[in-house]
Design a protein around this ligand. Structure first.
Ligand SMILES: [Zn+2]
Length: 279
């Protein structure tokens, strides 16, 4: 979960360029739909981040098909937009999970229901394939009516600690369990929003797996810090230094920062227990 910048691009220009690049019938349908689509863009910008209950634009079925086609069957300007959105280093890692490479564009509001936002740059979020697949075409939680997912360009990620991980060594294995905890002062709706995002994207299990994988790569450094003097304190210091670096770059709720802090607090792990992460 991470904030990313918007792409500096004019959405109207993008729409017009893609329209001009389409073949005749769809081009005409997009031209007729233009006023409604641009009005919908304005409605989106006025509502962010609460775009979960926007009215659908009054497009005909053929206009809706043309709008989806503008995204799925690529023209030169659509390919350029995709490249510009995905090519930025700041979004190379998926903002929904903070784990994997951004390789796809997620429609924050799904194009099945809101075809008017098919090529709207602010609705196109660089995403890894896992998050994109898990998110599907969902918008609101039916129980709470809260948006199910954070919009990485618009939702503020709280600074207060809401992500936690427990670490323990059991039968020669490191057991990690990530969970969310509502900090004092956080509004219930904010917490429900974070929790829904965390649960629906399966982040507890994905952080656990990738955390163990990451630690395998850190084994030589832990071993070196421990040294022949078996210096558990040096291992803890090393982990805290790593956590601080992660926090500076990615914020205090970054999943690896949390992991490093939990391990620094774990005496068993620091005093040679780290041998269990050796690949
Ligand atoms: Zn992801």
């Amino acid at each position: 979960m991470r904030s990313i910048p918007l792409l500096a691009v004019d959405a109207t220009d993008v729409f017009d360029e893609i329209t001009a690049a389409k073949h005749q019938l769809r081009r005409e349908r997009m031209q007729v739909a233009r006023a409604d689509v641009l009005a919908a863009y304005q409605g989106y910008e006025d509502a962010v981040p609460e775009v979960g209950e926007l009215d659908e634009a009054p497009l005909t079925d053929l206009q809706k098909e043309a709008m989806r086609h503008a995204f799925t069957v690529e023209t030169e300007p659509m390919t350029a937009l995709r490249g510009n959105l995905l090519g930025r280093i700041s979004v190379a890692r998926c903002p929904f999970c903070g784990i994997s490479e951004s390789s796809t564009l997620d429609h924050y509001l799904p194009k099945e229901r809101y075809p008017e936002f098919s090529v709207f740059p602010k609705n196109l979020v660089p995403s890894c394939a896992v998050c994109n697949t898990r998110k599907r075409d969902r918008i609101l939680d039916e129980g709470t009516n809260v948006r199910m997912f954070l919009h990485p360009c618009y939702d503020l990620i709280p600074d207060t600690a809401f992500l936690a991980v427990r670490a323990r060594i059991e039968a020669d294995a490191l057991i990690l369990s990530y969970h969310l905890a509502r900090p004092a002062g956080m509004a219930l709706q904010t917490f429900q929003h974070l929790r829904s995002h965390f649960n629906e994207l399966g982040l507890a299990d994905r952080y656990r797996r990738m955390g163990l994988e990451h630690l395998g790569g850190q084994y030589p450094a832990l071993r070196r810090a421990y040294g022949s003097g078996e210096d558990a304190e040096r291992v803890a210091e090393k982990l805290i230094e790593g956590a601080e670096d992660f926090e500076v770059v990615s914020g205090s709720n970054y999943w690896l920062a949390k992991l490093y802090r939990a391990l620094a607090d774990n005496d068993d792990f620091c005093d040679g227990g780290f041998e269990v992460v050796r690949v």
